[in-house]
Design a protein around this ligand. Structure first.
Ligand code: ZN
Length: 485
């Protein structure tokens, strides 16, 4: 526990420094607001730091798929339709969600578990999406000078991303004072009212139950009183008042009543997060009881039970529970990519790779957007001795999403399995370049150059990529030298 706290403190204190060192040129500092382009650049940079360096980033493509599907449904119903957004999970039991520059929205697992309905979770996301579409972050940092902007943006991130502990955000606040910045870091009351109003509209247009938003904030406020100085992280960055809640309730009363059932995926994501990596005896008892009684949701309860058996390596029990689950799925005629993911995980635990390939290949036909099934399929094909098919799929997909470092990593694994040295080092070079580690990327591309097992076109692609990455490396070294002066 203590070690974890220290790690969090380090993380919060280090993020702003590393972040401002690598900060891209913000361009026109004369304009009042942070420009959309600068916002995108900063957002991409922070996201890279979180994704590759923050241990709290939730490495679960299934949960990320779900958050993005839900988030995109809200974005499509908002003024930000067409803007690029990215939703991700943060492994943290506290109630928090935060928006960062460039439409990057983080959600703590604690918040997903505390939401009593999917509309409540969607309500918080809609509020965050509105902070982005109304450009609140840009307006918050916009009044500062170029330097102030850099400092403020990085501190804003530190505070927004601050984890549950009061000390962690205390450290960020102290860093802020040391930098001599007096601007308030939390959103102003006006911004909060605007995000509530527009968020509620978005929630309604997207087809969720609008009562969810008010209900969740009310519960948050009720709980917040118990914490006193240690209020939930969410309340620190989104000051909540009785006035805001009554305003929300008044608006909700004027909107049409709509009962919206939770999606199966919402229930499955919660079941998966609850089980985690090491389910307790009590949780297992509870799941077994829920399955026996067939409630609250028979499919979700059984899904949780299979996950729990899998985590405990009780594979025969998992197999039996999965057979039951498949019967329920047929009876209720429900579909979810997560059901195929679960079946594939059981095959993988038994090291039956061809069966895992069959399940995921079939499911990908029905859920082509699922990153989890894509990653799982490439990886299982390599394990099943089908590296050629794995490479073909990974190649096609890296063309479609060239900024996906994880996919490049899988592609490198397929190439390594096939003994293709030049392509393998080229792909690893892309992994490092996407992570912002240009020195390591240069190293890999140099190895690719020396491999000499490619044709003329592959060789020249390596040469030109190496030239590009060397330029990026020089720029990075120069920026770091300047900011340390
Ligand atoms: Zn807010």
């Amino acid at each position: 526990m203590k070690n974890r706290l220290i790690a969090l403190l380090l993380c919060v204190v280090l993020v702003p420094r590393g972040f401002s060192q690598n900060l891209p040129d913000l361009g026109d500092s004369a304009s009042a607001d942070l420009s959309p382009l600068a916002e995108q650049k900063i957002g991409a940079q922070i996201m890279r730091d979180i994704r590759w360096r923050d241990p709290a980033y939730l490495r679960d493509a299934e949960v990320e798929d779900y958050l993005n599907r839900t988030g995109e449904r809200l974005v499509a119903a908002s003024a930000g339709a067409g803007m690029s957004f990215e939703f991700f999970g943060v492994s943290d039991g506290s109630l928090n969600a935060f928006a960062m520059p460039g439409g990057k929205i983080g959600v703590h697992t604690g918040l997903i578990l505390a939401a009593q309905s999917e509309s409540e979770l969607a309500g918080v996301l809609a509020h965050e999406v509105s902070h982005v579409t109304q450009r609140h972050i840009a307006r918050l940092v916009g009044k500062q000078s170029q330097t102030g902007m850099v400092m403020l943006a990085s501190l804003l991130v530190a505070v927004l991303a601050a984890k549950s502990s009061a000390q962690a955000s205390q450290a960020a606040i102290m860093a802020g004072q040391a930098a001599g910045i007096s601007s308030q870091l939390a959103y102003s009351r006006d911004f909060e009212h605007e995000a509530d109003r527009i968020g509620l509209q978005t929630l309604s247009t997207a087809g969720y139950d609008v009562r969810g938003m008010a209900a969740f904030f009310e519960r948050l406020q009720r709980n917040g009183r118990l914490y006193e100085n240690n209020a939930p992280a969410y309340l620190r960055t989104h000051p909540l008042t009785g006035e805001r809640i009554s305003e929300m309730e008044n608006r909700v009363m004027q909107m049409p009543y709509r009962q919206v059932p939770d999606s199966l995926d919402f229930q499955l994501v919660r079941a998966k997060l609850r089980v985690g990596e090491r389910p307790s005896r009590e949780l297992l008892d509870e799941l077994e009881l829920a399955v026996a009684q067939g409630k609250p949701s028979p499919v979700a309860a059984r899904y949780g039970l299979v996950r729990a058996y899998l985590a405990l390596k009780r594979l025969d029990d998992a197999q039996a529970a999965l057979a039951q689950l498949k019967m329920e799925v047929r009876r209720y005629q429900v579909v979810s990519p997560m059901l195929a993911g679960l079946e594939a995980d059981l095959h993988l635990a038994r090291r039956d790779f061809p069966a895992a390939v069959r399940v995921m290949a079939e499911a990908r036909g029905r859920f082509p957007q699922s990153r989890r099934l894509l990653y799982g399929l490439v990886s299982a094909r390599i394990e099943a001795g089908q590296a050629g098919d794995a490479l073909e799929l990974a190649k096609a997909e890296t063309l479609r999403t060239p900024a996906d470092a994880y996919l490049w990593e899988l592609r490198a694994r397929a190439e390594a399995a096939l003994g293709k040295r030049l392509p393998q080092h080229y792909s690893l070079g892309e992994v490092y370049a996407i992570q912002g580690n240009y020195a390591a990327a240069v190293e890999q591309l140099t190895l690719a150059q020396a491999a000499r097992d490619g044709d003329f076109f592959e060789q020249s692609a390596v040469d030109s990529r190496l030239r590009e990455v060397k330029v990026l490396l020089l720029e990075q070294v120069k920026e770091r030298r300047e900011s340390s002066r």
